[in-house]
Design a binder for this molecule. Sequence first.
Ligand code: S3P
Length: 449
Amino acid sequence: MSGHGEPIPMTATRSGPLRGTAEVPGDKSISHRALILGAMAVGETKVTGLLEGQDVLDTAKAMRAFGAEVTRHGAGRWSVHGVGVGGFAEPEDVIDCGNSGTGVRLIMGTMATSPITATFTGDASLRKRPMGRVTDPLTLFGAHAFGRQGGRLPMTVVGAADPVPVRYVVPVPSAQVKSAVLLAGLNAPGQTVVIEKEPTRDHSERMLRGFGADLMVEKTAEGRVITLTGQPELRPQTVAVPRDPSSAAFPVCAALIVEDSDILVPGVSQNPTRNGLYTTLVEMGADIEFLNLREEGGEPVADLRVRASALKGIKVPEARAASMIDEYPILAAVASFAEGRTVMRGVKELRVKESDRIDAMARGLEACGVRVEEQEDVLIVHGMGPGGVPGGATVRTHLDHRIAMSFLILGLAAKRPVSVDDGSPIATSFPAFESLMTGLGAPIARAKR
Ligand code: S3P
């Protein structure tokens, strides 16, 4: 889906207590990978709990274009008949990944070691984002990539007919780059080695193992060294996708800042490479109980009971950034209601997400009357205490779902309503956001036309 339809302006108004159970959708990262690895396996992979957001639907469509049979059987229930490692067919048309950086980067990696050519594009947000971080290592396998200035989409990747294995130190903390290299390594002979200095989300490693790949992870002085043996036969799997901790963050944070709230958010992944926000919130004084810790779909999960809390600003350790990289926008919103400053350092990767999220948060918070300090790699929010945020602004969301949701949550506890210029991108990751939040009692509504 390239480009969006009409913008959907939305407004959040100061809320009474939030109550009830918030069943958030399936994990986006795991959903993309379930479809892609399913397409690389021989036979039928079954998926339950798949996120049916536009990003993942675009990946499903792409897998069909490469020759896999992808079928929806019911809500979240999908199957993929894979073509096997190295079995991708050449797509007949341009692959449109819509808003999804994860989709395009993982798929580029997957096709880069097959003798086929594919052209990729996306919406206005995705066409601004850097692809060189993925195509640089893919050229080491023998692939070629031709894009616009600055390595931007649209971009054509000519896959390597005779791929060679690669040893690659990932220069930026990015699970997408790590995963693209691992997926490319699947169809290269011998061992592909990926080294990451800082650990990032490890779903690719967990799932590759689950699908039967020979993959070894070692912690060394150089970092996390991942060794993958190429050209395995991947076995189809049954994948139960756990709920997304990044989507759960929105109702959780809403309950923390809306007075007298008390909600349950069941089955949220507590994968340590993803749960940095929750650690941070607890350090800020959040009342979150982690109940029924268990394993689901190969991931640790818990039910979260969340009550409104008096929060204090903290310094978020830089080393935690990768484990909460998508959660800084909502943390910045929550930090506005804390006492004191919340300091977020080591966050420059936020500048190359669906939007420049440091800039988008800083401008939006200022418009809502919150003082911020911003540097290339730093965002500092000066908290105004419970109920202290003036609000009363319309915030630009720059085609970024997490910016839209963060400001709608902020509006639930601000003195005056907060609007966003366009809530339509929310459908990329959390199509049920509006109904789920209103079900908890949150006054979030679309503007009347
Ligand atoms: C993702 C990795 C992260 C994250 C994105 C999902 C993934 O991106 O921001 O939402 O599924 O691998 P980077 O790899 O760019 O950090």
